[in-house]
Design a protein around this ligand. Structure first.
Ligand SMILES: Nc1ncnc2c1ncn2[C@@H]1O[C@H](COP(=O)(O)OP(=O)(O)O)[C@@H](O)[C@H]1O
Ligand SMILES: [Mg+2]
Length: 276
């Protein structure tokens, strides 16, 4: 009952699995308002003096609503740091990040938390599930935490549960399902409130091949069908090849900004970056 829904020949057409739900899209209580995400000359350094590391170094980039952007680069090139800055999980040493007309630097920690909760979804390798809640309750955590958030759009919630093959597991506790299934629960929870921006850091890293493909198809489907902005860090050229755009970081700097690129070309590019 728990095998992933995606056949081995993936990525499948994600839009076939996740039709848009226009009535929810137009609901102003959902956060799915299309807002441009923009980093302007952002830098983030760690340490001081000779030990100073520029984890992100003067990066300027826009992310259009309705697009999936992959962020690649060697280990330590600043991918996670950039994503944390874009998500307001970390504040830049200099430069700024805006989402629509909101300047993240200008927000208090509370307002930033609220913005993240309402407008952003996070798919990270280190995910959290609550052992004392059922799978279904775990998926609905965004609505349990905040009384002012509109309840889940049932159609959208059902799509996620189907796409992540969670239906047979809804009544179980996290302790009664596998690690990969727990991760799928966390992914459903990250998307159930229809965020305008989804950040994924190595989302397929811990998953088996078939589940990884279905998660990738789900993420790829969010952009065109939900008008969502998806930013996905990955070292996997096959994953990055489904993106509309590929950014490559090296030593904290943006060194390539490519339109959709095939996996073989991306592999070559990554080998060249690692060898530099
Ligand atoms: N909290 C931190 N303290 C000190 N250095 C850090 C911290 N986080 C990241 N770095 C350094 O910043 C650089 C970029 O890290 P990171 O963004 O995690 O890279 P990536 O995700 O591409 O592997 C690395 O040199 C890393 O060691
Ligand atoms: Mg990282």
């Amino acid at each position: 009952m728990t095998s992933p829904p995606t056949p081995a020949s993936a990525p499948t057409s994600p839009s076939a699995r996740i039709p848009p739900t226009p009535q929810a899209r137009e609901s102003s209580t959902y956060a799915s308002v299309r807002r441009l995400l923009r980093a302007t000359r952002v830098s983030r350094g760690y340490g001081s003096g000779h030990g100073r590391v520029a984890a992100v170094d003067d990066v300027t980039v826009d992310f259009d609503p309705g697009t999936l952007t992959a962020v690649m680069g060697p280990s330590g090139s600043g991918k996670s740091t950039l994503m944390h800055l874009l998500a307001g999980l970390d504040r830049p040493s200099s430069g700024g990040v805006t989402l629509g007309d909101q300047d993240l630097n200008a927000l208090s920690d509370d307002d930033l938390t609220r913005l993240r909760r309402d407008a952003m979804g996070f798919v990270f390798q280190a995910f959290t599930v609550f052992d004392d809640l059922s799978v279904a309750e775990n998926v609905d955590v965004p609505f349990r935490l905040a009384r002012d958030v509109a309840p889940a759009d049932p159609q959208w919630r059902a799509h996620l549960i189907d796409a992540l093959d969670l239906a047979p597991l809804l009544a179980r506790r996290p302790t009664e399902i596998s690690g990969g299934q727990q991760q799928r629960v966390a992914i459903a929870r990250a998307l159930v409130h229809r965020p305008s921006v989804v950040f994924a850091d190595e989302p397929t890293g811990n998953l088996d091949l078939a589940t990884g493909r279905s998660v990738l198809a789900l993420l790829a489907g969010l952009a065109p069908t939900q008008g969502c902005t998806v930013v996905m860090v990955t070292h996997d050229p096959a994953a990055a090849a489904v993106a509309d755009r590929v950014l490559v970081l090296a030593d904290g700097r943006l060194v390539h900004d490519l339109p959709r690129t095939d996996a073989a070309t991306l592999s070559q590019l990554m080998l060249a970056e690692v060898a530099r």
